[in-house]
Design a protein around this ligand. Structure first.
Ligand code: ADP
Ligand code: MG
Length: 559
């Protein structure tokens, strides 16, 4: 039989897995079980939407069996199975193709990092196994196939006997080495522990033959006998159906990881149970780190959508506004139809209600994070704040009510991020405007001559270093009836007693100014004596609404 080669990226990933120094090798079981669960979801969904199939819950399960003698660990499922083509495509290539392409070579060398970062799925089996074989029969197929691989040098696919629909994965567990033990992955107790830890909420039973001791029947002198019985290891209650009070932060973190929402620890989880006009449960997460592809065209926002516990869509974009696109998680509702198509879903009244409700929850949770855990919020804002500012700007400021209290800017006074509410709160009575200065960096802004007169008055200045900042506040226009004012705008609204003096200067030096204007012809509109300079000889200012920084950006934008 000829060996087929893995696709290049898969091979690299596989090599990493084989030589893995990743400390959490145990996650391979989580990955295989989650694939089995996905496969059962698929057949379940088919049965629910296809009259000709019937789904008997009892016939659907995952079974884990260890055999110390042959050093094998077997994971069997009654899921949808794979055709020969699917075997080839799914196990010969990385499903999430492209994710590796984002990583540079150096990052790739550090296997630890990458395994931690991706849900690498199936290949993680090679962290603990020398040989992996997958025997599978697809729904609707009479033939079954076996895929087998000893690692990076390729795989084989051949026909194999299998009576039932589903997939059976056999791992030949590695021998212990000097620094690593693998025996534990054949120990009943250890395997049970791993299943409990990562896969407890899987909705299908994960069964194991468990040995125990019991008093020997009919025996009088406390004799015991060994017996084996099939047990279901997981509690099967999905985490989102559980009571918040029963769950720990760790439970949510494990769920986050098992779902591959991110490789970081979430900053915050939001668990919602609504039983009103529309009924749904949701678990949402605000990630700590930005996904590596967040600003790439490949990034897709959205939440997983379940209808009564059955996954109907992986990324339902309609559930999240763009400005909350960083939110990860899932929604389960019994009020949605299983057969719903993407197009219908967009107009679904229930879904719209859920989306609105979710938006408000996220907003209020962010508000409470800001109020109660300021440092965490600032960290969050450093990472995703830009998204919120884009939100203020987008759709002609339609979302400003939602977002204006969540955005922050760096303050000249506090030397850290502050909210608009905090700024306005501190404003001296004679201050008319919210002042801001735009520039490349805090340093640059601090050197702007235009800031001096404002700071001198004891007024606070917000530093705009992000391109979007000024556009966003142009949409806001004002906050609590205070308008925004750039320090480089013509009229600063600061009363100045030097007024007359600059008038006089203007007349006295008219000739000089005219000469300067000639030299700078076309570049400036006018050269004038300024009343706003203190220690700097000259500054550039603008008339009207568009600041110098904005002009730069507008000029750079493609037409
Ligand atoms: P992911 O689960 O993120 O897609 P994996 O590497 O875990 O990536 O799995 C790759 C693909 O192989 C899956 O998407 C699925 O199509 C297929 N697959 C893996 N395990 C099974 C299984 N037990 N039954 C059916 N298909 C499976
Ligand atoms: Mg998977």
């Amino acid at each position: 039989m000829t060996k087929k080669q893995f696709q290049a990226e898969s091979k690299r990933l596989l090599e990493m897995m084989i030589n893995s120094i990743y400390s959490q090798k145990e996650i391979f079981l989580r990955e295989l079980i989650s694939n089995s669960s996905d496969a059962i979801d698929k057949i379940y969904y088919k049965a629910l939407t296809d009259e000709s199939l019937n789904f008997d819950q009892d016939n659907y399960y995952i079974k884990v069996e260890a055999d110390k003698e042959s050093r094998t660990l077997k994971i069997t499922d009654t899921g949808i199975g794979m055709t020969k083509e699917e075997l080839e495509n799914n196990l010969g290539t990385i499903a999430k193709s492209g994710s590796l392409a984002f990583k540079n070579e150096n990052e790739l060398k550090d296997g630890h990092d990458i395994i931690g970062q991706f849900g690498v799925g199936f290949y993680s089996a090679f962290m603990v196994a020398d040989v992996v074989s997958v025997t599978t029969r697809a729904l609707g197929s009479d033939v079954a196939y076996r895929w087998e691989s000893e690692g990076a040098d390729g795989y084989t696919i051949e026909e194999a006997p299998k009576e039932t629909i589903g997939t059976e994965i056999t791992l030949k567990i590695k021998e212990n080495t000097e620094d690593e033990t693998y025996d534990e992955y054949l120990e009943e107790h250890r395997i049970k522990g791993i299943i409990k830890k990562y896969s407890d909420f899987i909705r299908y039973p994960i069964k194991m033959d468990v040995t125990g001791q019991r008093p020997k029947e009919g025996s009088e002198d406390n004799e015991f006998e060994e017996y084996t019985e099939e047990q279901t290891i997981n509690s099967m209650v999905p985490i989102w159906r559980k009571n918040k009070n029963e769950l720990t932060d760790e439970d949510y973190e494990n769920f986050y990881q098992e779902k591959h929402y991110g490789f970081d620890k979430p900053t915050k989880h939001i668990h919602i149970s609504v039983d009103g006009a529309v009924r749904y449960n949701a678990i949402l997460f605000i990630p700590e780190k930005m996904p590596f592809d967040f600003y790439s065209p490949e990034f897709e926002k959205g939440l997983e959508l379940y209808s009564s516990g059955v996954l109907i869509m992986n990324k339902c974009a309609d559930l999240l506004p763009d400005y909350f696109s960083f939110v990860k998680g899932m929604v389960d509702s019994e009020d949605l139809s299983l057969n719903i198509s993407r197009e219908i879903l967009q107009h679904d009244r229930q879904l719209k209600l859920i989306a609105k409700n979710i938006k408000n929850k996220i907003k209020s949770q962010l508000q409470s994070l800001l109020k109660d855990e300021r440092e965490k919020y600032e960290q969050f804002f450093e990472t995703f704040g830009r998204q919120l500012k884009y939100g203020v700007y987008s759709d002609f400021g339609q979302h400003k009510e939602d977002l204006q209290d969540l955005i922050m800017f760096y303050s000249s006074k506090e030397k850290k991020l502050v909210t608009l509410a905090e700024y306005v709160e501190r404003m001296p009575e004679d201050q008319k405007y919210i002042y801001y200065a735009s520039g490349e960096s805090h340093d640059r802004i601090e050197k702007l001559p235009q800031t001096e007169i404002v700071l001198d008055k004891g007024y606070e200045i917000l530093y705009f270093t992000d391109e979007i900042d000024e556009f966003a506040i142009k949409m806001l226009m004002s906050y609590k009836e205070k308008e925004f004012k750039s320090v480089s705008s013509g009229d600063l609204g600061i009363e100045d007693e030097k007024e007359d003096q600059s008038e006089t200067e203007q007349n006295e030096s008219k000739e000089l100014f005219d000469t300067m204007k000639d030299i700078l012809s076309g570049k400036v509109k006018d050269v004038r004596a300024s009343k706003r300079l203190k220690s700097h000889p000259v500054c550039i200012s603008t008339e009207g609404d568009v600041s110098i920084e904005m002009e730069k950006i507008l000029k750079a934008m493609p037409n």
